[in-house]
Design a protein around this ligand. Structure first.
Ligand code: SF4
Length: 109
């Protein structure tokens, strides 16, 4: 579903039927305290771009809301691959075991 900031996010849910305004992030969920979700976090969230670039079903994203130097809250994400059982450094690319680079793109020695 599209977030109010115009990005398609598989974890965003909004119900605006008959004047309702129920919005939730199904990745972050109903956390409290410093991890409490608010729709403003969608504006600079990296998740929609990651999911656009890499739809791997083995990759699990773990969001953490952090405060920047100026006190602005933002979503940061770590990724883990359940197939290779390792953390994924660049979630947009993935861990590489399902889709290794083609011979055409590798440098021969
Ligand atoms: S905070 Fe990120 S993951 Fe959650 S709904 Fe918004 S864009 Fe999607």
């Amino acid at each position: 579903m599209k977030t109010p900031y115009g990005f398609d996010c598989p974890y965003f849910y909004g119900d605006y039927y008959r004047g309702k305004k129920q919005e939730e992030c199904r990745l972050i969920g109903n956390q409290t305290g410093s991890q409490r979700w608010e729709v403003r976090l969608c504006e600079n969230c990296p998740v929609p771009a990651i999911r656009r670039a890499n739809a791997c079903t083995f990759m699990v994203l773990t969001p953490v809301i952090k405060k920047s130097f100026l006190g602005k809250r933002k979503v940061t994400v770590t990724a883990y691959c359940q197939k290779s059982e390792s953390s994924v450094k660049t979630p947009e690319i993935g861990c590489g075991i399902c889709h290794p680079l083609d011979e055409l793109f590798t440098v021969k020695k």
